[in-house]
Design a binder for this molecule. Structure first.
Ligand code: NI
Length: 168
């Protein structure tokens, strides 16, 4: 790993940063993406947003394969909801909120646009787990977390538990 990456944990305020658009597709972007993939595999995560490693640019890594051999990199991802009535509920976890899973309902009929690591533009309609994962990671780029989908009381409880855990 070239960059010394560490995962920020809720309630770290840096997780609330809105990431800026990537405009330079250079070697350092590629290195950061590869380091993020390495960390994501090490931590056994299926997705990681640059925000979570304190790099506030619109960069995401994902691997939803069972075999952990299908890395994906999304730069400047954005989506548009095609069908507002179509939803998918999934029990989500997050490396920045360790030990908690929450059922979150998200639109499952979206059109996704992104750039690859070279800056080439792509468009697709992801389905299933990939739809969920990409929306979860795009939330991170907006400074939004899984805990924002639960009640304030529950959020406070998670915050207390995690703060206590880190203090140990
Ligand atoms: Ni997350």
């Amino acid at each position: 790993m070239v960059n010394e990456l560490k995962i920020l944990k809720f309630p770290d305020p840096r997780l609330r940063t809105v990431a800026s658009k990537v405009t330079k597709f250079d070697k350092s972007l590629e290195i950061l993406a590869n380091d993020m993939l390495e960390l994501m595999y090490k931590e056994n995560g299926i997705g990681l947003a640059a925000t979570q490693v304190n790099h506030h640019i619109r960069l995401i890594t994902i691997d939803i394969s069972e075999e952990r051999d299908s890395p994906m990199i999304f730069v400047n991802p954005e989506f548009e909801i095609i069908n507002e009535d179509s939803h998918l509920s999934f029990e989500e976890g997050c490396l920045s909120v360790p030990g908690f899973n929450e059922e979150i309902t998200r639109p499952d009929n979206i059109k996704l646009k992104w750039q690859d690591i070279k800056g080439e533009e792509h468009e697709d309609m992801p389905s299933g787990l990939l739809t969920v994962c990409i929306q979860h990671e795009i939330d991170h780029l907006e400074g939004k977390l899984m805990v924002d989908y639960v009640s304030p009381i529950k959020r406070e409880r998670i915050k207390k538990k995690l703060t206590k855990m880190y203090a140990k």
